[in-house]
Write a protein that binds this ligand. Structure first.
Ligand SMILES: [Zn+2]
Length: 126
């Protein structure tokens, strides 16, 4: 178990360099679409916090076996949209965004993060 987890962490963050694609008209600074990180400007590659934010999303996507992540993300957004009646608040309170926004400043976060740690953010309100 420990070896498997270590291999998974090493492969996802350290050895593997996620391909970065610059998309000028991206409706956000960054976006994670496993295994890609999309950025709306080349200079953001040097922004450690944005890169970490997107890598947190890639980890969330990987541990949900990719596709279910997008379904849960969308369902969570629609639920929040109904609850908050506001796009921005609905977006910030998607559980995956809560984890990413609250932890992206911590550049070592992914080294110590537990599997499915986003679940802990279900109760946090942004
Ligand atoms: Zn995000």
């Amino acid at each position: 178990m420990h070896n498997a987890l270590a291999a998974y962490k090493t492969q996802s963050d350290t050895l593997m360099n996620f391909p970065i694609i610059i998309v000028r008209h991206l409706p956000a600074s960054g976006m994670a679409l496993f295994p890609f990180i999309l950025l709306n400007h080349q200079k953001l590659k040097a922004d450690a916090r944005i890169m970490n934010h997107e890598k947190i999303h890639l980890r969330q996507q990987l541990e949900l076996l990719i596709f279910p992540f997008y379904i849960l993300y969308l369902i969570n957004y629609l639920f929040n949209r109904f609850k908050y009646k506001n796009h921005h608040e609905a977006y910030l309170n998607i559980v995956f965004e809560k984890e990413a926004y609250l932890m992206d400043y911590n550049l070592n976060y992914l080294d110590k993060r537990k599997f499915w740690n986003w679940v802990r953010y279900l109760k946090v309100k942004q």
